[in-house]
Design a protein around this ligand. Structure first.
Ligand code: FAD
Length: 512
C-alpha cells in the first residue's frame, strides 16, 4: 500500500495534466501526478501531429473568435475564447523557448495554426514536469476520489498496475482531474486510455456535466488498419475524397461521413506523390486506382465537446476542491457544438491545464488536510464479479459506435438506447468488480456505461440539430435551444437547460 500526501494531486498525464502539474508547482505547491499508462506517452496527442491555434492579438484574433463562435452554433463564450487564445499564445512562445521547433502550416498561413509533433511535445512536457519537482507515478490508475465530511475533495485512491496491483492513496489539498474524454474504445489511435474514468468518479462525488449530447464526432480512418492515426497522420489529410460511384465529395470530411452514414463506401484518392509517400500505399491498403477505402471511427467526447461543467476560467468543478482540465471538461464555451480538434482541443488542454493547476495550488493553501476523509462509493467496485465487463462494453458499443446510433439520432433510437443502457446500470453498479486487473476493467466498463447514458439523455432533450448533434426528427436549429444542457447523476440521470443568466457572451459583447 502506497500512501502519500501532497498539496495538489493531478490525475492524468496528457497535455492538460502536465500543464496543470507544472503550473501548480510554479505556484509553490507540492504536486503528485498519477497516470493510468505513462505520463507523456499516452492519449491521442502522443499519436500524431496536432495543430493549435496560435493567433497574435489584433484583427486576426477577432476574426478567429467571430468565426469559431458562429461555427459552434452560438454556444461558445467569446470572452473565454479570447482568454484561451491569449494563454495559448504565451505558452507556445514558452514551448518555443525550450528549443522545440514549431512549424507553421505553409498551405494555410492565414489560419495561423502551428503544428506540433505530439509525441515530441509530450516528451518535453514530461521532462518539464520532472524538472518542476513533480512526483510522477506511471501505471497508477485512479479509481475513486476521497472527500472529507463536508464533501470537499481531499485526494484519490487507485491501483498500481505495474506491481501486483497494490492499492495507493494520495491525500491532497486539491485535485485536478485531467483524464481525457471518452471514445468508447472505438479504436482511434491513443484513445484506448480515454474511457471516461474521471467523468464517472467526479460525477459520483457530485460534479455536474455539460454538453454531453456533443459526443458524436467521427474520424475517418483507412479500412482495416486499427493501428493508424486519423487521416492527418497518414498524409491523407489533403487527399480528395470520393464515394463508390466516383463522385467527388464536396465539403470533404463531413460529406464523407454523411455518405458512410447513408451506406455508401468512401475512398481517399491519392495522387502519385501521395501514393509513394503515404503509409496506406506502402502497406498495400490503397487499391490499383490508388484509392484508400475509409471507415468512420467514433471519437466520443474526445473529438466531441461534452464533459465536466466548470464554473469559470479557474476551472473549478461544481464540487469544492476538484478542478478539471482538458478533454474531461466541457469545451462548449470554446468550441460550441462542433469538434475542437482543428486547433482548439489542444489549445484548451494547454490553457485549462495552466488555470486548473494554478487554482488548485491556491485552493490547497487553505485546505485542512487533517480532516478525516473517505472514499466516494462507486459503481463497478465490488469485491466479487458476477458479470463480465465485456458484456457491458459490448452493449455500450452497440449503442454508441454505429453511425445510425450517434451520427444520426432520433427520439425513437435514443429512447431505445436509454432503455437498454439504463437496464444494464444496476448490473454495472452491483455486479461488476473483482481484483487486480479485473477491477480496473470493471471500473472502466462502468465509466463507459455512465458516459453513454449521459450522452443519450442529453441528446434526447436537445430537440433540434446543432453542430455535430443531428436529429433526423428535428433537422434544423432553433433559438429556443441556443442554450447549454447541464446533466449529472449516476444512478438516476438528470438533464436541464442552463440558467439564462449564465448564457454565453457573443463576440459583439466583447469586441465592440
Ligand atoms: C484523431 C484525433 C485527432 C486530433 N487532432 C487534434 C488537433 O489537430 N489539434 C488539437 O488541438 N486537438 C486534436 N485532438 C484532440 C487532442 O488530442 C485532445 O484535445 C488532447 O489530447 C486532450 O488532452 P488531455 O490531456 O485532456 O487528454 P488525453 O490526451 O486523452 O490524456 C489523458 C491522460 O489521462 C490518463 N488517464 C485516463 N484515465 C485515467 C485514470 N483513471 N487514472 C489516471 N490517469 C488516467 C491517460 O492515460 C492519459 O495520459 C485530436 C484528437 C483525436 C482523437
Amino acid at each position: 500500500m502506497t500512501e502519500l500526501e501532497t498539496d495538489v494531486l493531478v490525475i492524468g498525464g496528457g497535455p492538460a495534466g502536465t500543464w496543470a502539474a507544472v503550473s501548480a508547482a510554479a505556484a509553490g505547491a507540492t504536486v503528485v501526478l498519477v497516470d493510468k499508462a505513462r505520463c507523456g506517452s499516452s492519449g491521442p496527442t502522443a499519436h500524431g501531429a496536432i495543430s493549435l491555434w496560435h493567433i497574435p492579438p489584433g484583427p486576426a484574433r477577432d476574426e478567429a473568435v467571430r468565426r469559431a463562435h458562429a461555427h459552434g452554433g452560438g454556444l461558445g463564450d467569446a470572452e473565454l475564447m479570447y482568454r484561451v487564445l491569449e494563454e495559448t499564445y504565451q505558452r507556445i512562445e514558452q514551448v518555443a523557448r525550450w528549443g522545440y521547433r514549431i512549424a507553421t502550416d505553409p498551405a494555410a498561413p492565414a489560419t495561423r495554426r502551428i503544428y506540433l509533433d505530439g509525441a515530441g511535445y509530450l516528451r518535453r512536457m514530461r521532462r518539464g514536469v520532472r524538472e518542476a519537482g513533480v512526483r510522477v507515478l506511471d501505471h497508477h490508475p485512479a479509481l475513486q476520489l476521497l472527500v472529507d465530511r463536508d464533501g470537499v475533495v481531499a485526494g484519490a485512491t487507485g491501483l498500481r498496475n505495474d506491481n501486483g496491483f497494490e492499492r495507493w492513496t494520495v491525500r491532497a489539498g486539491a485535485v485536478v482531474v485531467a483524464t481525457g474524454g471518452c471514445a468508447f474504445l472505438s479504436g482511434g489511435a491513443g484513445t484506448d486510455v480515454d474511457t471516461g474514468d474521471g467523468l464517472l468518479f467526479a460525477a459520483e462525488a457530485g460534479a455536474e456535466l455539460s454538453g454531453m449530447e456533443f459526443s458524436c464526432a467521427y474520424s475517418l480512418l483507412p479500412q482495416g488498419n486499427a493501428e493508424t492515426s486519423a487521416l492527418r497522420g497518414l498524409g491523407l489529410r489533403f487527399a480528395t475524397l470520393y464515394d463508390e460511384s466516383g463522385a467527388e465529395l464536396p465539403g470533404h470530411r463531413s460529406a464523407a461521413l454523411a455518405a458512410i452514414a447513408d451506406g455508401r463506401r468512401v475512398f481517399a484518392g491519392l495522387d502519385d506523390g501521395q501514393a509513394a509517400r503515404t503509409r496506406p500505399a506502402r502497406q498495400g491498403i490503397a487499391d490499383r486506382a490508388k484509392r484508400v477505402p475509409l471507415r468512420a471511427v467514433l471519437g466520443g467526447t474526445v473529438r466531441g465537446t461534452g464533459g465536466l461543467r466548470v464554473t469559470g476560467p479557474e476551472c473549478a468543478t461544481t464540487v469544492a476542491g476538484l478542478f478539471a482540465a482538458g478533454d474531461v471538461v466541457s469545451r462548449e464555451s470554446v468550441t460550441g457544438a462542433v469538434s475542437g480538434v482543428d486547433g482548439l482541443g489542444g489549445a484548451w488542454a494547454m490553457a485549462s491545464g495552466v488555470w486548473a493547476g494554478t487554482s488548485a495550488a491556491k485552493f490547497a493553501r487553505t485546505a485542512d488536510r487533517r480532516a478525516p476523509a473517505h472514499e466516494v462509493p462507486g459503481a463497478g467496485l465490488n469485491a466479487v464479479a458476477r458479470i463480465d465487463p465485456r458484456a457491458v462494453i459490448g452493449l455500450v458499443q452497440e449503442h454508441t459506435l454505429p453511425l445510425r446510433r450517434s451520427y444520426w439520432r432520433s427520439a425513437g433510437s435514443l429512447r431505445d438506447s436509454i432503455g437498454e443502457l439504463d437496464g444494464m446500470w444496476p448490473g454495472a453498479e452491483f455486479d461488476l468488480g473483482g481484483r487486480g486487473v479485473d477491477l480496473l476493467r470493471a471500473r472502466q466498463a462502468a465509466a463507459l456505461l455512465a458516459v453513454a447514458r449521459w450522452t443519450k439523455y442529453s441528446a434526447l432533450m436537445r430537440a433540434e440539430s446543432r453542430g455535430m448533434h443531428r436529429r433526423t426528427d428535428h433537422p434544423g436549429a432553433t433559438d429556443t435551444w441556443r442554450v447549454r444542457l447541464n446533466s449529472g447523476g449516476v444512478r438516476s440521470v438528470w438533464v436541464r437547460p442552463e440558467a439564462p443568466r449564465t448564457m454565453p457572451r457573443q463576440p459583439r459583447d466583447i469586441v465592440a
